[in-house]
Design a protein around this ligand. Structure first.
Ligand SMILES: Nc1ncnc2c1ncn2[C@@H]1O[C@H](COP(=O)(O)OP(=O)(O)OP(=O)(O)O)[C@@H](O)[C@H]1O
Ligand SMILES: [Mg+2]
Length: 343
């Protein structure tokens, strides 16, 4: 769907040249929500702006839907851009226009008649859940409502791709969740491919299928979100994963705790969604003749299940304990590590 090869953007000042995006190669599949995460200055926004050539690449090739974006003349580029919607952190709304007229703006530029515009705007307002606010001005809206206008406007020309640059960074956690739900809803309903930029791992965890981690203009790690969560390879990725999984070492009192137990097995359970910790613990305790003590953990519950790490001690007959461990590792999405075996 989107293929990016050897994409670079250099900025030159009198003193030096910096590579904001540096030889980046990436493939994004049709209909997926693809996350790009990185710290400030990693080159995320530059990368996104290169995709629709708001920023001209210094090098490289971009193909979206079989169309080579990097080879288009300015007239064809204008048409291609209608297929690519963009949502911004600070909404970028027109303050003198109402909600309805903000959403109609790209349709005016594309030359639709008033009747066509009205019909489409009506649909979009329903889609983003702003039905009672269509005559309000941006200054009369909450942040979440403003972003709904931003999203509706980005969808006006029926794009195939939606680019979101920190679309939720200016919003509180609850509003962030509502906007992320809206993006998932749009992705499912319209089959739209979404590229989402963020510096918050919980945003990636909540809605993305795959993720790329950027550092110094390069993609340093990429993969399915669950794989990256479970097996982060780069330092920068580990730091992002810690944002939501907690710090993954035994210095925070656990090592002391572990050595005070001289029987049973101590397990570290990695929860990566798709299951909840309560259900798992009670299920295992019922199924096998064992006792489970929860020692310590940091778990976050989301609609997609639990994320985080839990240390538990399992006691019982050796055979039952082993069966329980095998059950957790083979039959559930929870990854198990035996970190002390005193049975
Ligand atoms: N127009 C420009 N001229 C010169 N340097 C630029 C320009 N735009 C970006 N840069 C530089 O390119 C690098 C990447 O910037 P970019 O805005 O893409 O990062 P980012 O990952 O989006 O950061 P943030 O999370 O803060 O938004 C930075 O070092 C930045 O200073
Ligand atoms: Mg940015």
């Amino acid at each position: 769907m989107i293929s990016i090869e050897g994409l670079s953007k250099y900025y030159t000042s009198k003193k030096n040249q910096i590579a904001a995006v540096d030889d980046l190669t990436l493939n994004i599949k049709e209909g997926e929500i693809f996350g790009v995460i990185g710290y400030s200055g990693a080159g995320k926004s530059t990368f996104l702006r290169l995709l629709n050539r708001l920023e001209e690449p210094s090098k490289g090739r971009i193909v979206i839907d079989q169309q080579e974006i990097t080879a288009l003349n300015s007239k064809r580029l204008r048409l291609a851009r209608q297929e690519i919607g963009m949502v911004f952190q600070h909404f970028n709304l027109l303050w003198s226009r109402t909600v309805k007229d903000n959403i109609a703006f790209p349709l005016e530029i594309a030359g639709f008649s008033k009747a066509e515009r009205d019909e489409r705007v009506h649909e979009l307002i329903e889609l983003v859940g702003l039905s009672d606010r269509e005559h309000a001005y941006p200054s009369q809206l909450s942040g979440g409502q403003k972003q709904r206008v931003g999203i509706a406007r980005a969808l006006a020309n029926n794009p195939n791709v939606l680019l979101c640059d920190e679309a939720t960074s200016a919003l509180d956690p609850e509003t962030t969740n509502a906007i992320l739900d809206l993006l998932v809803n749009i992705n499912e309903k319209l089959g739209l491919t979404i590229i989402l930029i963020t510096h918050e791992m919980h945003v990636i965890r909540k809605i993305c299928n795959r993720v790329a981690v950027m550092e110094n203009g390069k993609v340093v790690e990429q993969g399915d979100v669950l794989d990256v969560f479970l097996h982060p390879k780069q330092r920068v990725t580990k730091r992002f994963v810690e944002q939501v999984m907690g710090v993954d070492d035994e210095d925070d009192g656990v090592s002391h705790l572990i050595h005070t137990y001289d029987h049973g097995k101590i397990l570290r359970l990695h929860f990566i969604g798709e299951t909840t910790n309560q259900a798992l613990i009670s299920q295992v305790a019922k199924k096998f003749a064992i006792d489970i003590n929860i020692l310590q953990g940091k778990i976050t519950q989301t609609q997609r299940g639990a994320y985080g790490t839990l240390f538990v001690q399992i006691e019982g007959e050796n055979e039952e304990v082993n069966k329980a461990v095998t059950f957790i590792s083979d039959e559930t999405s929870v990854e198990v590590e035996v970190i002390r075996d005193a049975n």
